[in-house]
Design a binder for this molecule. Sequence first.
Ligand code: NAP
Length: 525
Amino acid sequence: MKLPNYVAGQWLEGAGAGEPLVDPVTGEELARISSQNIDLNLALEFARSRGGPALRQLTYTQRADLLAKMADVLSANRDEYFRLSLLNLGATQADASFDVDGALYTMKYYAKIGRALAGGKMLKEGAVLPLSKTNTFAGQHFLVPAKGVAVFINAFNFPAWGFCEKAAPALLSGVPILVKPASPTAWLAHRMVEDVVKADILPRGAISLVCGSARDLLDHVREEDIVSFTGSADTAARIRSHANVLRRSVRVNIEADSINSAILGPDCAPGTDLFDLLVKEVVKEMTLKAGQKCTTIRRILVPAQEFNAFGEAVSSRLSAMKVGNPRNSEVKVGPVVNKAQQSACLDGLKKLSAECSVLFGGNEDFQPVDADPQKSAFVQPTLLSCENGLSAKHVHDVEVFGPVATLLSYDGPQDLITMIRRGQGSLVASVFSSDSAFVQEVVLGIGDLHGRILAVDSSVGGQHTGHGNVVPSCLHGGPGRAGGGEELAGLRALLLYHRRFVVQGPIHCIKELSALCADTNLLYS
Ligand code: NAP
């Protein structure tokens, strides 16, 4: 079976044999994809000329209603998405829920908050700025939907959430979307787009899907388009420096990889609630989706005196978790996505092992439950320890995109801040401590290099949203190696798909234009 592309309002099969999609547990081929011979320039042109104008004829509220319909259709097919997650990603129920339910929640969230923008065609930003003594001549900033296409180039680990978290704010903004899921796991995103198309919710050209290589796609993007990329830092650098993207100053949003940290405060000795909560969080992060989350904890920093106790507590929990075929109900940890990712993880582990010792796992030949190690793509959950994080190199630099984390010790806040900053910009850091002065020092020390900081003290306890969990009301993204992108943050996500301009003119003209606008101050509320 070859999955077709959806471009220019038609389902079209790509040429050639295509690339296989495989089951990472059995190694069996499930389907094929190909984008060969698909006219990607035409796909973009059709979206710009047909999808965009049709979407922009609607108000924000009407487009929010479209998102609500999409959420209904997607929710009705949730079971099928879980089935495909199991087949193509080897996802446990918890893994599939994280991606699929996260996607549905995000779509519903934008359908709901989008209605608050009411009937406008563009957005007014800030107050009228007097520019003359009599106030007849004034300035006003506006945000208008881009008249191009939002091109989504997504990573393999979140085929459902990656699609919805980008699609919702773009469509709400009135910008048509072209989705290019990562090849290894394209089936789930393909099925979601197929369900939306079949339900005939969106105008023709508002949604397109390309499965397989991006080929010459970036040669055809233009100044009014937006490229929103999620994936590795290496691919991000290629996209950012693409000649056409540079020449036309195409707006690019990058969500890349990240060496995220979790910190145990000096006040959290073994036996305290916060010590236990962080142990639980680290184990959850290492094992959920087999550690294949951009936000996963890669470095755990604990006070030197708690180093051994923390390592033992995490190892003990990991040893109780069955790793293997998610069709077995006792299994808690599934495979990584394919053999190539397995090799990349094992290579990364070797690099880290040069400056770390293994506290738990690390056995390349371990036997997964109900799976053939020759055909499957498992990585044993592995906890490493690094005695001297200040002089270590790879620990702060190598992202092993699997169930692997490294424990480091620190002697004081300055040591800690120095080590965390060597990650060169991350999506998220968590600090578990009830010592407010310590938390403040850490936040001030690392805030500029992080998109999100999760602070958990004893008043919050288990009620926090989770280190790795991205909630649509809050910012997702991070500076430096994390890509420098910004996504979500409620209605602020719409800024990516709008263009800001100022009108300096007669006050009556500004008032007339303002009457066409929804209230943008909502964006910042
Ligand atoms: P990847 O290899 O960089 O691929 C990402 C996407 O880029 C895929 O759709 C890929 O298509 C496409 N691509 C590759 N080369 C391209 C080119 N020259 N031009 C245009 N598109 C190109 O990343 P991945 O292995 O799928 O994902 C894992 C990485 O993503 C990890 O490093 C992880 O940290 C990161 N990630 C970050 C976030 C975040 O929000 N910050 C979220 C999830 C994952 P093909 O698959 O067809 O090659």
